[in-house]
Write a protein that binds this ligand. Sequence first.
Ligand code: SF4
Length: 221
Amino acid sequence: MRYQINDIHPCVQGEGVHAGVPMVLIRLQGCGVGCPWCDSKETWGFSEKNRVGLADALGTNPRWAGAGVGETLAFVRSRPPKIRWALITGGEPAGQDLAPLAKGLKEDGYRTAIETSGTARGHLGAGFDWICVSPKFDMPGGGEPLPECLESAHEIKHVAGKPADIDRLDRALDGLGLREGVVISLQPESLGRKATELCVKTVMERGWRLSLQTHKFINQR
Ligand code: SF4
């Protein structure tokens, strides 16, 4: 199994329940959802001219590399040793079969987390310790979150800018068999003032959580 990798780097998780936790972030290439506010648009495509070796792909850029599990794990191991979480994100990482990589990370002693839009199933059955589904609705690229992906989530992290975004999430979750204890986090779209006010008000009314993209305050990617 080879993975299409955009970047691997240590970071402090900035979003959701694990905000503040150091992790090795593995960013996979490729996403067709097309969210207008996406802050990792460099991961969307697979231009051949941007295909490089893994060492040359690293950083915030559209370059990407194909790498097997062993090569990927070697890069992860070279990161600071005290970091005990590995986070697979994208792009949309679940477009790739993540079971071999998740297994290798676990064998190396990492706890494993994934962030996915829920539009693909590559993480299901892979034994992740933390599945964060961030559903996107009615986006230009299409691809709605799949019910089984929403039901797999330990955390559902929803970007909201207006009341209709909350209504849309309510409709998507209605009638699903969500995991017991699932955490719902609201994240203000682009940290805008009105979006933030809406999210603060809603999480207090509903007992949800606020997610604030704290990595942007500390200049981390
Ligand atoms: Fe960007 Fe994620 Fe939306 Fe894909 S699903 S376009 S990576 S925000």
